[in-house]
Design a protein around this ligand. Structure first.
Ligand SMILES: Nc1nc2c(c(=O)[nH]1)N[C@H]1C(S)=C(S)[C@@H](COP(=O)(O)O)O[C@H]1N2
Ligand SMILES: [Mo]
Length: 197
């Protein structure tokens, strides 16, 4: 069978503009967790944001579902080099969450059930760039992928999309989370290959 080539490029394919440098595409959904999957009862699930003013705003599961929900169709990119295009999620925008919070701090430490942490600037969490996602592909998010709910920050490497998320602590200065203390880049933009520090 003849090779089918596009245009005049011969066998070499042009880079896919949807795929950041150094990444390959997968149709699977790999699981990457630094520890066991914590089980969180929806009755006991809470998401909270603590500010510099000493206030904590807390949402229960029903509070979360009562907020405006958004459908998100997006590509995701793991620093271990897999990318997955056109994933579908449902959840609450961080803009909606932060509208209820009074903070002037520019950074957040993201905390999870199970103890994982990751740091993200508010500039990357606001403006329609991040969600508390609780559905994937039209179904409740599976525990291995972060259910009941995970942070979704798809324009950064996927280690920033904290699974089993339970809250943010607002911070004046950026400070490294779990992987960032272990050599990963503070920021993690896949288009700039901000992989390791
Ligand atoms: N709480 C928690 N969140 C986490 C992780 C983790 O170990 N614990 N791993 C991160 C990493 S390195 C990646 S690549 C993605 C993997 O998400 P997935 O298992 O749904 O593919 O979750 C991120 N969020
Ligand atoms: Mo990762």
């Amino acid at each position: 069978m003849a090779n089918i080539t596009r245009g005049f490029t011969g066998r070499r394919r042009a880079p896919d503009p949807a795929v950041p440098p150094g990444q390959y595409l997968t149709d699977d959904f790999p699981v990457l967790s630094a520890g066991p999957t914590p089980r969180v009862d929806l009755d006991e699930w809470r998401f909270s944001v603590r500010t510099e003013k000493g206030f904590t705003t807390t949402w229960t599961w029903s509070d979360l579902l009562a907020l405006p929900q958004e459908e998100v169709h997006t590509d995701i990119h793991c620093v271990t080099r897999w990318s997955k295009l056109g994933t579908s999620w449902r959840g609450v925008s961080l803009d909606t969450i932060m509208a209820a919070v009074d903070s002037d701090f520019a950074y957040a430490m993201v905390h999870c059930y199970g103890g994982y942490t990751t740091n993200v600037p508010m500039a990357d969490l606001l403006g329609g760039q991040a969600w508390i996602a609780h559905e994937f592909d039209g179904r409740a998010l599976e525990p291995v992928h972060g259910g009941p709910a995970r942070l979704l920050v798809p324009h950064l490497y996927f280690w920033k999309s904290a699974k089993w998320v339970r809250g943010l602590v607002m911070q004046k200065k950026d400070a490294p989370g779990f992987w960032e203390q272990n050599g990963y880049h503070r920021h993690g933009d896949p288009w700039r290959e901000e992989r390791y520090a």
